[in-house]
Design a protein around this ligand. Sequence first.
Ligand code: ADP
Ligand code: MG
Length: 344
Amino acid sequence: MKHNPRAGLTLAALALAAAAGDAGAEWVGDARPMMGTEVNVYLWHDDPVEGERVLEEVFEEAERINQLMSTYIEGSGISQINRDAASLPVVAGEELFEIIERSLDISVLTLGAFDITYDSVGQHYDFRERKRPDEATVQDAVEHINYELIELDRATGTVRFLEPGVRINLGGIAKGYVVERGVDILKSRGVENGIVTAGGDSRLLGDRRGRPWIVGIRDPREDGQVAISVPLEDEAISTSGDYERYFEEEGVRYHHIIEPSSGRPAGGVRSATVFGPDAVITDALSTSVFVMGVDKGLKLIACLPDYESIVIDADGRTFYSNGLQRPEVEPVDVPATEPVPDAC
Ligand code: ADP
Ligand code: MG
């Protein structure tokens, strides 16, 4: 089994793949490069051959969603919307319509910190090529970052942009959707224990057969190191970090999480982790908390009883949301912990 050192989460549990107990039953798993990151699926099955088939089904589903939601694929539904929706309403199809609708709900909830129209600026970055937009391009493009410029018509199932220059990108929510759909597949095939991970987003099904899963939150500055380990069962967890896609230029870190109000990479936070019942929400919220920063981000989380968060700020300090017990494993390489802001 491969492990992607760039993935936001390190699943320590994956190393224990051989811990089979029941006759015939086994852990099976695989990891594949997809969606510009790595997708991991790992599950317990009474029949390993059948288990392998279930793995395959999840990877196929991930690829299907990628074909629908990737802006890198010219024929994808999202590319069609970006091409035409400023000229005419575009029929999105139920699935795309719904994920856009959920994205807009989260924009409202986060007062615009989460905004899929960030891409009018975002499209000008190429992190591999160390390419970024110049100041004039940012100033021009930031005018088109506003989720209220997206109009959804439920009756016709169409998406329309209210002005030219608007572009959407589901990079902050689609991987959560992939892992949520992946776990739906596991459940429908009778699997009771498993994990689906896409980059920094994971959904855990059940436990690790009698023990919780241990999910590691990466140290944002020490490659390959775990800063905090969290025991979890039956939950989704997402981490957004400034170390996933970035380059540095004259001491400035240009990374992939854009503050919609300025059109620039959001400062103040190195990593934001959110966990709760739904990976679509934890994915979008981890991006949101990253943008909102420690105070506003944790205040938002305090208003959402099912969701908790751990944030590492620009000075390496760790902050926990109110409902969270400090993990037993103390943070490594993190100088201090601070009290959380007021409750909702
Ligand atoms: P990843 O798992 O790829 O690290 P995150 O959940 O951290 O993803 O989200 C980062 C991605 O979200 C970016 O690569 C980009 O596609 C998208 N994004 C960046 N800024 C915003 C924003 N303000 N609102 C919504 N999506 C964003
Ligand atoms: Mg996210």
